[in-house]
Design a protein around this ligand. Structure first.
Ligand code: MN
Length: 266
């Protein structure tokens, strides 16, 4: 079945990810369905682009994330279908497949610009409209003939194939680096350190999902910040300026907000 690959890769006694045992029926034709983008810091940072179709989330891993610039074509590796419940997931995968931090980076609805999504997928040319918080307007996913194109090289019926995610020119396109401009979670407004601090920042004291290079450094700084955030929240840290400020603004109410913002700059 569609979620076999998804389940095979994971041990749900160790991962907080949903097993996908709820039945879902997606609308047919040109009706709006769920979509999301999950920013995933694992062995490498990437953005998982997911479109609800036929009771699952069709999924592509986009290493550089979506671009609003129609001139920029972003590589999107087709990966295994995910359960529809996965679209709400944000959190920490402690170990195993995809170990790292998942942030719900964008969410909303997508509408196919065709009556027959199956045929469009088969052809390798799916046009659609997004209505998310960050991504809007018309887009296309086009399968390439390059590496992995059209192949079932991994033995399954759905081998990894490479596609391109491209923004069409419209009111919602432009030369904005949306990943940089809007980097935070649409679910919690937090960054990776906030998400890790909600969980267990100690988890990768040894055996980080990435040790070396830029990703390893990124993990190290996120873990350090998450540990500090958690200690502060639990009142273990010595009183800091940040904490004093939070307490003060709480006591005085909104009137002191301006002052807080001003003192932050110093
Ligand atoms: Mn991923």
């Amino acid at each position: 079945m569609a979620l076999d690959d998804y389940r095979k890769k994971r041990d749900f006694t160790k991962s907080p990810e949903p097993a996908g045992d709820k039945a879902h029926r997606s609308p047919a034709g040109r009706k709006a369905r769920f979509f999301c983008v999950q920013k995933h810091l694992a062995s490498h940072l990437h953005y998982d682009f997911r479109l609800e179709h036929d009771g699952v989330l069709l999924s592509w891993a986009v290493p550089k994330g979506p671009s609003l610039d129609p001139a920029i074509k972003r590589l999107a590796m087709h990966v295994e279908d995910h359960p529809v419940e996965y679209g709400e997931f944000e959190g920490v995968i402690p170990s195993g497949y995809g170990a790292g931090i998942v942030m719900l980076w964008d969410t909303g609805t997508w509408t196919p610009e065709t009556d027959d999504v199956e045929a469009a997928l088969k052809k390798g040319d799916l046009k659609f409209t997004l209505d998310g918080y960050k991504l809007k307007g018309s887009w296309v996913l086009v399968r390439t003939k390059g590496w992995g194109g059209g192949g079932s090289s991994r033995g399954g019926s759905e081998g990894k194939t490479s596609w391109l995610l491209i923004k069409h020119r419209d009111d919602w396109s432009g030369p904005v680096d949306i990943a940089e401009f809007a980097p935070l979670s649409v679910k919690t407004e937090g960054d990776f350190a906030d998400i890790l601090a909600q969980d267990n920042p100690d988890i990768w004291r040894s055996n980080r999902p990435a040790e070396g290079g830029d990703t390893g450094k990124l993990f190290q700084s996120i873990i350090t910040r998450a540990l500090a955030l958690k200690a502060e929240r639990e009142g273990k840290a010595p009183p800091t300026k940040t904490k004093a400020r939070t307490t003060a603004s709480k006591a005085k109410g909104p009137a002191s907000k301006k002052k807080t913002a001003a003192s932050k700059k110093r």
